[in-house]
Design a protein around this ligand. Structure first.
Ligand SMILES: NC(=O)C1=CN([C@@H]2O[C@H](COP(=O)(O)OP(=O)(O)OC[C@H]3O[C@@H](n4cnc5c(N)ncnc54)[C@H](O)[C@@H]3O)[C@@H](O)[C@H]2O)[C@@H](O)CC1
Ligand SMILES: [K+]
Length: 521
């Protein structure tokens, strides 16, 4: 992992579990920071953000949900600050027994004239709700009156801002514990918690924002060790893994030679899209093996590529690779989009290749038929697999039991198979042989569309093929490609709406992402 020296950048890159967060906070308290002082600081920052986002002129009446622990303590301080700024604040405090600090702050808020209720009815006409019921580390399910209250707040039309996590969301798995607050926005405190990168929590989290309250980097690294187990991919990090700038003196094969094996008569477009994804990587030389009858089509779309016609089955799939192809000629091979399941001999051949191999789509389905783990363990060079959840279940039935905790599932699959496994989703997760898990923190539902995965396969293949990147951790290169692909989707959706991001259009936005990333200060 490439480390930056800037504390804020390092903090942004880290993702923690509840246990790790507890240990990091523990170090800060042990070093002498008073718990009450930290709570005051955190809640002060939250209050300022709230005032900026929800000005008094539009959000007059604010309901604050105060739970029994320190999440409730933060909320009680926020209630006080907003009250002092002129908001009309009402507190809902469902559990009478409060931690000491929380009790003190709630009592003080009440002494200022903020009403404290045990019922939700008085809070029903609020313009804004602040959720401070439970924070990180929650494992108990919400039930009874508390669950009813949360469900009723969720039905309201007012925005809800959750402090740290939506109450009822498991910090690590993102699971809903009985029920959970459906926040419009969540302020994650200090460090990104894992739930923010788990698909199942996203609808509850709403818009996510990190409130950096100044956790020292050394306390983070003391607990996480370097490199950390969970990492968020960002523009700053991705820049380290882009093959830029090129050396002044180079030649095409020195910039990588990628072989794509894809397409069938039925799925001809998939081959084109994979080729266009690879094109955007800038790889020095692109060769494409496709069914013989697709050759003219591919040449017309990718004039720079060397198109190799392959013998076809009667249905128009690649029957087998031609004798003329020597798999040793390539610095990477990517294989799968549009092949159909008839192309089994192709997968049997490429599995033997000595260079890094990317498998996608039907390549994955055939791999599952060949028995994923024993087949992969035979390989001497790395394999990259890019399944969506359905393919993942076929490939790794033993790891799929951990779903919907996608991060644990992908980690286990990579550990068992020694492969780089990229599990596609709203928050794509990438793991290699059970080491770090990279997470792609931003994406767009516009990418949920036929062909967008083919583009990703080509892009990954292209980056993996660069000899200049071969010393870098493969999972970081794959994560860079996934970040790049997601950013292109975001840019395209910004300009064309989420309906305007067909896979071909997506390929046309890939270069803009690199331009933006490399122009950054
Ligand atoms: N102490 C500090 O100075 C800081 C506190 N922070 C805040 O503290 C939070 C963590 O505080 P806590 O560890 O006190 O955790 P919580 O605020 O989540 O409270 C935990 C308490 O709630 C009870 N509880 C959990 N689930 C329940 C359920 N379903 N029904 C009834 N009771 C339930 C538990 O038994 C426990 O007593 C963070 O999320 C954050 O908001 C952070 O901001 C950092 C600074
Ligand atoms: K909360």
């Amino acid at each position: 992992m490439a480390h930056t020296t800037n504390r804020q950048e390092q903090i942004e890159q880290v993702v923690v579990t509840a246990q790790q967060m507890r240990e990091i906070e523990g170090r800060i308290f042990e070093a002498g920071m008073p718990v009450a002082a930290l709570m005051e600081k955190v809640a002060g920052l939250i209050s300022l953000r709230l005032q900026a986002l929800f000005p008094l002129s539009h959000y007059h009446r604010v309901g604050v949900l105060v739970g029994p622990g320190h999440n409730g303590g933060d909320a009680a301080v926020v209630a006080r600050e907003l009250h002092l700024q002129g908001y009309e604040v009402l507190i809902y405090r469902p559990i009478a027994k409060l931690k000491e600090l929380t009790s003190g702050h709630t009592q003080y808020a009440a002494s200022l004239g903020i009403p404290v209720y045990e019922q939700i009815e008085p809070l029903q006409n609020c313009d804004l709700i602040i959720d401070g019921l439970f924070g990180f580390g929650q494992t108990r399910s919400l039930s009874g009156n508390l669950a009813d209250a949360v469900n009723r707040f969720n039905q309201g039309s007012q925005p809800i801002v959750s402090i740290d996590l939506p109450s009822g969301i498991h910090t690590d798995t993102g699971e809903v514990l009985g029920t959970a607050v459906r926040a419009t926005r969540t302020f994650c405190l200090g460090l990104w918690k894992l739930a923010f990168l788990q698909d199942q929590a996203l609808e509850y989290i709403g818009k996510a924002e990190l409130i950096d309250f100044g956790i020292p980097a050394q306390d983070v690294w003391a607990i996480l060790k370097q490199p950390a187990g969970l990492l968020r991919m960002s523009a700053t990090v991705a820049r380290n893994y882009l093959p830029l700038p090129r050396p002044a003196v180079t030649y095409k094969y020195k910039e990588g030679h990628l072989l794509l094996i894809c397409g069938s008569r039925r799925y001809a477009g998939g081959a084109i899209l994979t080729g266009l994804g690879a094109r955007a990587s800038g790889v020095g030389m692109l060769s494409m093996a496709v069914p013989e009858s697709l050759k003219p089509l591919l040449v017309s779309h990718l004039p720079e590529a060397l198109i190799i016609g392959c013998p076809e089955t009667p249905a128009g799939a690649i029957a087998h690779l031609p004798e003329a192809i020597d798999l040793e000629d390539y610095s990477a091979i990517a294989c799968g989009p549009g092949l159909t399941r008839e192309a089994k001999p192709v997968i049997e051949s490429v599995i033997e290749a000595q260079c890094p191999l990317v498998l996608d789509a039907d390549g994955l389905n055939i791999l599952a038929e060949l028995r994923t783990i024993p087949t992969l363990l035979r390989r001497k060079t790395p394999t990259v697999l890019t399944p969506h959840v359905g393919e993942f279940k076929r490939l790794f039935p033993d790891s799929a039991g951990l779903l919907p905790d996608r991060v644990s599932a992908v980690w286990k699959a990579s550990q068992l198979s020694r492969a780089v496994v990229l599990l596609k989703g709203a928050r794509t997760a990438i793991a290699h042989a059970g080491s770090s898990v990279w997470l792609i923190p931003e994406s767009t539902p516009a990418l949920a569309r036929g062909g967008s995965g083919d583009v990703l396969t080509g892009l990954i293949g292209g980056l993996v093929a660069y000899p200049s990147l071969s010393e870098q951790p493969l999972e970081a290169i794959v994560a860079t490609a996934a970040w790049w692909h997601a950013q292109a989707g975001i840019l395209a959706a910004q300009e064309r709406t989420e309906l305007g991001v067909d896979a071909f259009t997506l390929t046309q936005y890939l270069m803009q992402v690199v331009q933006k990333a490399t122009l950054m200060p």
